[in-house]
Design a protein around this ligand. Structure first.
Ligand SMILES: Nc1ncnc2c1ncn2[C@@H]1O[C@H](COP(=O)(O)OP(=O)(O)OP(=O)(O)O)[C@@H](O)[C@H]1O
Ligand SMILES: [Mg+2]
Length: 439
C-alpha cells in the first residue's frame, strides 16, 4: 500500500490548521470525519470507538507527527483539516531546489564537442518555441546523436522541472521503463497496481507529464527493433513502446520526450509533420570545420587531402576517429599517403555498421547490394531491373523508404529523376560483406 507523509512545511500547516480549529488532537470527531471520507457508505457513530480502515487514533497521531500513513488516510486527514494534501505532502523524489529533479548521472561524459550549432538551434526551437512533445533524432551509427542530445539536455536544464536521461541500449520493456520513470515524473512511488497493465502505467506517466514540465531523453532506441524486418518494427514484447509513443505524441501535456535512434519508429513516422508536435530531425556528419577540429585533436598532420577524407566518411565523427587511428599507425598521421592508396578503408568502421546491418531484411540487403555494385546512382526502375523479378516495384519502394528511415541511403536528383546512392564507406562495406551471398 503506497504511503505519504507531511513535509516539514506541510507539518507546520497541519499544526496551525488543527489549532485554529480549536479541537483537541484527541477529539474523536477527527477520526469520524476522516472515516466518512474514506468509507462514505457506512454510518460512523460517536462513542463506538469504531473507525474506517486507516483512520484509527494511532494513525492520526502518526500523521500529526509527520510519519508515513497510507495514501487514503493522508488525503482524508488533510481534508478534515481543510488542507490541500498536495501542499502538505513530502515529495520524496523532489525535495530542494523547488522540487527540481535532475536524473542525469547515467549519461556518458562529453569531453569534446565541436559545432552542431544549427542542429542545437533547431532542436531548441522545436522544444522551447514550438513546444513539441516528441522529437526523434535519427541518424546512422557513430554520427553523433548521443553526443548531441547530451549537449541539448545540458542546455535545456533550466527550462524543465524534471530532466531524465535513460539509455535504451539494454532494451528494458515499456513497463520496466515506466516503473523506473513514474516516481520521477509524478513525485510518488509507482502504484504497485500499475505493473499489471500498461494502460494504467501510461495513465500515471501521462499524469506526471501533464502536471510538471519534464524533459526525458531516451537514447539508442534501435535496440527495440527487430531483425530481418523493415525499419522501425519492434521486436516481439516491445510493441508496447508504440502505444506509449503514440500517447505522448498525441495527447496534451507540457513535457517533451527526445529519442535517438538509427531507425525511425513507425508510429513516429505517422505522427510527425511540420506544424505538428511530433518531429524527426535527421543528423548528418560534422561540418568540414568541425571535422577538421576533430582530425587535429586526433593528432593528424593538416593537409589539403583532409577535405577528401572528410567527404569520404561524410563527416561521421566515429568513422573519422577510427580511420585517423589507422592513419596515425600506418601512415604516420599523413592523410595524403592514406588517400594515395585510393581505397575506401572500412576497417573497424564495419563494427559500427554491423550493428545496423544485423537488423536489415533480406530484400533490403539485396537492394543495397545492387546499388553498391551499380556504376552510378540508380533510379527505382534501374534498381528494379537489377533485382530478381520476384520483387515487385512496390516492394522496392517500400524497401527504399525503409532504408531511408535507417539513414542508409542517400538521394540525389538528376533531370527530375530521383536517384539513390550510398556513402562510399557503406558501399565498400556492403560489397565486402555480401559479395559471397549475392554473386
Ligand atoms: N560534435 C562532436 N564533436 C566532437 N566529437 C563528437 C561529436 N559528435 C560525436 N563525436 C564523437 O563521435 C563518436 C560517436 O558519437 P556518438 O556516440 O554520439 O554517436 P551516435 O550517433 O550516438 O552513435 P550510435 O548510433 O552508435 O549510438 C564519439 O566518440 C563522440 O565523442
Ligand atoms: Mg548513441
Amino acid at each position: 500500500m503506497p504511503t505519504l507523509k507531511a513535509s516539514s512545511s506541510g507539518l507546520k500547516k497541519v499544526q496551525q490548521a488543527r489549532e485554529e480549529n480549536g479541537r483537541n488532537k484527541d477529539d474523536e470527531r477527527w477520526l469520524l470525519e476522516a472515516s466518512k471520507i474514506v468509507e462514505p457508505d457506512k454510518e460512523w457513530l460517536p462513542a463506538k470507538k469504531f473507525y474506517a480502515n486507516g483512520c484509527s487514533q494511532s494513525t492520526w497521531n502518526r500523521f500529526l507527527l509527520g510519519h508515513s500513513v497510507n495514501t487514503n488516510s493522508f488525503k482524508a486527514f488533510c481534508q478534515v483539516l481543510n488542507l490541500n494534501w498536495e501542499e502538505i505532502v513530502d515529495r520524496p523524489y523532489g525535495d530542494g531546489d523547488n522540487g527540481k529533479i535532475v536524473d542525469w548521472d547515467s549519461c556518458p561524459e562529453v569531453t569534446v564537442f565541436y559545432d552542431r550549432t544549427s542542429e542545437l538551434a533547431k532542436l531548441t526551437e522545436l522544444i522551447q518555441q514550438e513546444n513539441c512533445r516528441l522529437v526523434a533524432i535519427l541518424g546512422m551509427g557513430g554520427i553523433g546523436k548521443t553526443t548531441l542530445v547530451i549537449q541539448l539536455g545540458e542546455q535545456l536544464q533550466t527550462e524543465f522541472e524534471v530532466i531524465i536521461w535513460r539509455s535504451i541500449q539494454y532494451a528494458p520493456t515499456a513497463l520496466e521503463l515506466l516503473a523506473n520513470l513514474i516516481p520521477l515524473v509524478t513525485n510518488f512511488e509507482a502504484d504497485s497496481a500499475f505493473t499489471k497493465t500498461l494502460g494504467q502505467g501510461i495513465g500515471q506517466f501521462m499524469a506526471g507529464l501533464r502536471s510538471r514540465r519534464c524533459l526525458i531523453i531516451l537514447d539508442g532506441l534501435e535496440a527495440l527493433f527487430g531483425s530481418n524486418q523493415l525499419a522501425g518494427t519492434y521486436r516481439p514484447d516491445y510493441e508496447e513502446y508504440g502505444k506509449l509513443f503514440r500517447e505522448i505524441g498525441s495527447s496534451t501535456h507540457q513535457s517533451c520526450l527526445v529519442l535517438t535512434s538509427h531507425e525511425q519508429p513507425r508510429e513516429i513516422a505517422t505522427l510527425a509533420g511540420n506544424n505538428r508536435p511530433v518531429r524527426c530531425v535527421r543528423i548528418s556528419g560534422l561540418q568540414p570545420n568541425a571535422a577538421r577540429q576533430l582530425l587535429t585533436e586526433q593528432g593528424l598532420v593538416e593537409e589539403p587531402e583532409w577535405e577528401q577524407l572528410i567527404q569520404r566518411y561524410r563527416g561521421n565523427p566515429l568513422a573519422l576517429k577510427i580511420v585517423s587511428d589507422t592513419i596515425l599507425e600506418l601512415f604516420n598521421g599523413k592523410v595524403s599517403e592514406f588517400i594515395q592508396q585510393n581505397t575506401i578503408f572500412v576497417g573497424q568502421v564495419s563494427e559500427v555498421l554491423d550493428r545496423q546491418f544485423e537488423r536489415l531484411s533480406d530484400v533490403e540487403k539485396k537492394v543495397l547490394y545492387r546499388i553498391a555494385t551499380g556504376e552510378a546512382p540508380m533510379s527505382i526502375s534501374q534498381i528494379s531491373e537489377k533485382i530478381s523479378p520476384t520483387v515487385s516495384i512496390s516492394q522496392i519502394m517500400e524497401v527504399l523508404e525503409s532504408l531511408a528511415r535507417r539513414s542508409l541511403i542517400e538521394k540525389t536528383t538528376k533531370d527530375l529523376t530521383v536517384l539513390f546512392m550510398l556513402q562510399p564507406v557503406v558501399m565498400k562495406y556492403i560489397v565486402n560483406r555480401f559479395k559471397h551471398v549475392f554473386e
